[in-house]
Unconditional design. Structure first.
Length: 212
């Protein structure tokens, strides 16, 4: 049996074919299907159709967040090898080869396609967490661009007004309406209350009033 072609040694293959729900940059976070270098050696005894169908099943599972459990009814939607009988998957020789050789596990109405190296693929929870982080990141970037720093982390903008009143301050704020902004270097110590690296004008005014 001829060896598997070299392209199957790619470190990763992007999941799915480009379509309406695969928007790429600016759209949803894409999933990725990872394949280790040892895959080609282990799959050398499989037919080309079996290798292709296995890869397509991994792509489909990751794209749909199925955690490597692929419904049999989905076969016609992802298997494009011309010799795969998508109308009768239980009798298909390619599918039987994958099950017999220990690549897939028949679970009645579905196949578990992660018998080998399931750790290579991210599970549903991992993907959703990445999507949540990316969504927050985009929201933070848009807000920052419009001058809203309520979601910023270490952007350097003064967000003290967004945190509400400081309970350690006297009622009504600093004496004489002085705001807790920075003062010129050398005129006071760094403010421990507002956690500023530069002296705080409001706290400096409080200290001066207390000395009187």
């Amino acid at each position: 049996m001829p060896p598997v072609p070299a392209p199957w040694r790619a470190a990763s293959v992007r999941a799915g074919r480009r379509g309406a729900d695969d928007r790429g940059p600016g759209g949803r976070v894409m999933t990725w299907t990872k394949i280790g270098d040892e895959f080609a050696d282990e799959a050398a005894d499989l037919t080309d159709a079996a290798v292709r169908t296995h890869i397509e099943a991994l792509l489909w599972s990751n794209r749909r967040l199925l955690d490597l459990v692929v419904p049999k009814r989905d076969l016609r939607r992802f298997a494009f090898s011309t010799i795969v009988r998508v109308d009768n998957p239980d009798d298909d020789l390619v599918i039987k080869e994958l099950v017999t050789e220990g690549w897939w596990e028949d679970r009645g109405d579905s196949w578990f396609v992660g018998v080998r190296w399931p750790e290579w693929q991210h599970d549903r929870i991992q993907v959703l967490r990445v999507r949540e982080r990316e969504t927050l990141k985009k929201r933070r970037q848009r807000a920052h661009a419009h001058g809203d720093h309520s979601l910023c982390e270490n952007c350097g903008a003064d967000t003290s007004s967004l945190r509400g009143p400081d309970p350690s301050r006297v009622l009504g704020g600093s004496p004489r309406g002085v705001s807790p902004g920075p003062v010129p270097p050398g005129t006071g110590a760094a403010c421990p209350i507002h956690r500023l690296t530069r002296p705080c004008r409001g706290c400096a005014a409080d200290a001066k009033a207390a000395d009187r």
